[in-house]
Ligand binder design. Structure first.
Ligand SMILES: N[C@@H](CCC(=O)N[C@@H](CS)C(=O)NCC(=O)O)C(=O)O
Length: 219
C-alpha cells in the first residue's frame, strides 16, 4: 500500500516530513493542498478537521503532526537512515531538539507571518518585532549548542535536523542570522546542501513570491 502525504511544497511542516521521507527514499504519493486540487482539500478536511498539514495516510491509518509522522515512519517504514536513535537517552535529546526547533524557531517565525496576513490580532510591525526578539534568543542558544557538531544532535542526521531545516530556512528570511552566529550560519548552510532538504527547497522555489514577508534574493 502506497503512503500518501497531504501537504504543500511551500509548507515548512510538509518539508520537515518530506525531508525524512527523502532521507530514506521512502516511496509515497503527494496529494497537494491547493486551489488546483479541490478534491485533495475536501478529502484532507474530511480526514483531519483540525485544518493542519501535513497528514500521512497509510492504508486504514492516518497520522497527523510532523514529528509523530516521522516517528511513525521509523516504526512502520524504517530505512537505512535512523532518524530517532536507538539509545533512549540519545532519542530523548533528539526529541528535545525537535521541540526546540518547532517551538522556539518555527513558532517565533510564524508570529511575524501570522501578524502580516491578519491571522492573529497584532499589527504586522509588532509581530515582526516580537519574532525578531524571540529568534534572537533562539539563535544565541543554538550558536553555543552547535559548537563542534555537524548536525543538531551530533554526528548523525536525525529528526531534529528534519525540524531544523525548514524552521531555520524561513526564520533566516524573517530575521537574518547575524554573522556573529557563525556556527548557526554554517549549520543552516549544511542543511541547505543536504540532498533531502535541497530537494524540498527546489520543489518550493516556484512559490517563493507567496512568502508574506517577501522572500530575499538568496538560497
Ligand atoms: N504542529 C503541526 C503544525 C502544522 C502546521 O502548522 N502546518 C501549517 C502549514 S506549514 C498549516 O497547516 N497551516 C494551515 C493553517 O494554519 O491554516 C505539525 O507539526 O504538523
Amino acid at each position: 500500500m502506497t503512503l500518501a502525504i497531504y501537504g504543500h511544497y511551500f509548507s515548512s511542516y510538509t518539508q520537515k516530513v518530506h525531508t525524512a521521507l527523502y532521507e530514506n527514499a521512502t516511496p509515497f504519493e503527494f496529494r497537494e493542498i491547493g486551489p488546483d486540487h479541490m478534491d485533495n482539500i475536501a478529502e484532507w478536511q474530511r480526514r483531519w478537521p483540525m485544518g493542519k498539514f501535513p497528514l500521512l495516510v497509510d492504508g486504514d491509518r492516518q497520522i497527523a503532526e510532523a514529528s509523530i509522522i516521522i516517528e511513525y515512519l521509523q516504526l512502520k517504514h524504517p530505512g537505512p537512515v535512523r532518524l530517532i536513535p536507538s539509545d533512549p537517552m540519545d532519542a530523548l535529546n533528539v526529541r528535545f531538539l525537535d521541540r526546540y526547533f518547532d517551538l522556539h524557531v518555527m513558532d517565533a517565525m510564524q508570529v511575524a507571518v501570522a501578524s502580516k496576513i491578519g491571522q492573529i490580532p497584532m499589527k504586522s510591525e509588532d509581530g515582526h518585532a516580537l519574532a525578531r526578539e524571540r529568534l534572537e534568543r533562539a539563535y544565541a542558544w543554538l550558536e553555543t549548542h552547535l559548537a563542534g557538531k555537524t548536525w543538531a544532535a551530533g554526528e548523525a542526521f536525525t529528526l531534529a535536523d528534519c525540524a531544523a531545516a525548514p524552521s531555520l530556512f524561513y526564520a533566516d528570511w524573517t530575521h537574518e542570522i547575524a554573522p556573529q552566529y557563525a556556527n548557526l550560519r554554517a549549520y543552516r548552510a549544511r542543511l541547505l546542501k543536504r540532498p533531502s532538504f535541497a530537494r524540498c527547497v527546489d520543489e518550493a522555489r516556484y512559490f517563493r513570491a507567496n512568502f508574506p514577508l517577501g522572500a530575499p534574493d538568496r538560497d
